[in-house]
Design a protein around this ligand. Structure first.
Ligand code: PGA
Length: 305
C-alpha cells in the first residue's frame, strides 16, 4: 500500500496551496493578502501550517526580501500543475453539463434533409446523450416555425428576407434538370431551354423554396415553363420522373440520395440554377450550448471551401 504524504491528508488544503502560490509568485505576503482579500496574519498562518505539514521551510527572508527555498520552488511548480489540472477539469465539467443533457431542435427545408443528416450523425456520435428533434418541411412551413421560435437552428436555401435573422452561407445547392435515362433528350449534348418546350414539368407545391427558385430563374431568364404538374414531395417527383411522367428541376443532391437508378442530369443552357444553403437563426436568439456546438460543427463541415 502506498504511504500517504502529509499533502494528501486533511492537514493541507487546496486553499493553503492557492495562498502559497500567490505569495510565491509575488514574493510578498502583503501583496498576496491584498490580492486574495485576506488579512495578512491569515496568510501567514496558512503558510506556517503548510510548512509544518511538509516539515520544510518554504521561504527565507533576507533583509526585507522574501526568497523561495528549494522546497518552495518544487511546491510552486507542483501547485501550478495542480491548478492547471483543476482548471481543465472545471472546463470539461462545464462542457459536459452544457452538452450531455438537453435537446437540439432543428428545422430544415426538404432539400437540406440530404445535407444535414451526415454532420448530424457525426455530431450525435460525439454527444450521444443529446436528444434531437429534426423537423423537415417546405420553405413556408419552416419559415413559420422560425417565426414562432420553435427550433434552435434552421437550414434554408432562400432565407426569408422579411424576418430579422442571421444567415450564414453553407455549401452550394445547385438545381438541375433531371430526366429518365431513356428519355429522347438524353445524350444530345447541351440543350437550349426551348428543346424542353413540349415536356411536362413536375414541380413542387406553392410554398416550396425549390419552386420559388425555379420561378424566379424562369422570370429573370425569360423561360416559359409550359405544362406543370404539382407534386408535393421530392421523392414522389423523382419516382414520377423515373416513370416517365415528365422532367423536373431539383437539387442535385436529391439526385444522389434515395433516387431511382435510372435518373440522369440533363445539360441545359442556363442550368444549374445557382443556389446555396444557409444556416439561419433568429436575430438575438440565445443558443443553448448544444445548439451552439452543433452550429460550429455544421459550419466546420458544410462551409464552402
Ligand atoms: P423546399 O426546400 O423546396 O422543400 O421548400 C427548398 C429549399 O429552399 O431548398
Amino acid at each position: 500500500m502506498q504511504m500517504k504524504t502529509r499533502l494528501h491528508t486533511r492537514q493541507t488544503t487546496f486553499r493553503q496551496l492557492e495562498i502559497f502560490k500567490v505569495v510565491a509568485e509575488r514574493l510578498s505576503v502583503t501583496e498576496a493578502a491584498h490580492q486574495l482579500h485576506l488579512a495578512q496574519p491569515t496568510v501567514s498562518t496558512q503558510l506556517a501550517k503548510l510548512s509544518e505539514a511538509l516539515n520544510s521551510k518554504l521561504f527565507e527572508q533576507i533583509g526585507k526580501k522574501l526568497y523561495l527555498t528549494d522546497v518552495g520552488e518544487e511546491l510552486l511548480r507542483a501547485s501550478r500543475e495542480l491548478f492547471e489540472v483543476l482548471d481543465r477539469l472545471e472546463m470539461r465539467l462545464a462542457q459536459r453539463a452544457g452538452l450531455s443533457v438537453g435537446r437540439l431542435r432543428l428545422g430544415v427545408v426538404t432539400t437540406a434533409k440530404y445535407l444535414v443528416p451526415a454532420p448530424l450523425g457525426a455530431f450525435c456520435r460525439q454527444h450521444p446523450q443529446v436528444d434531437v428533434e429534426f423537423q423537415v418541411g417546405n420553405r413556408a412551413d419552416i419559415k413559420q416555425r422560425l417565426q414562432q421560435n420553435l427550433d434552435d437552428l434552421y437550414v434554408f436555401s432562400h432565407p426569408p428576407s422579411d424576418l430579422d435573422i442571421d444567415a450564414t452561407p453553407l455549401t452550394d445547392n445547385p438545381l438541375v434538370v433531371i430526366a429518365p435515362r431513356d428519355h429522347g433528350l438524353v445524350g444530345r449534348g447541351e440543350l437550349p431551354w426551348s428543346a424542353l418546350a413540349g415536356e411536362r414539368l413536375l414541380m413542387r407545391e406553392l410554398g416550396s423554396g425549390t419552386r420559388h427558385a425555379i420561378e424566379q430563374h424562369a422570370q429573370s431568364s425569360g423561360l416559359a415553363l409550359g405544362q406543370i404538374i404539382t407534386i408535393a414531395s421530392n421523392e414522389a417527383i423523382k419516382e414520377s420522373v423515373a416513370a416517365g411522367l415528365g422532367l423536373a428541376i431539383l437539387s442535385r443532391l436529391a439526385l444522389t440520395h434515395m433516387a431511382p437508378g435510372n435518373l440522369v442530369e440533363l445539360p441545359v443552357q442556363g442550368f444549374p440554377i445557382a443556389n446555396r444553403w444557409y444556416l439561419v437563426t433568429a436575430k438575438g436568439k440565445q443558443l443553448s450550448p448544444i445548439a451552439q456546438a452543433f452550429k460550429d460543427f455544421l459550419m466546420q463541415h458544410c462551409v464552402q471551401q
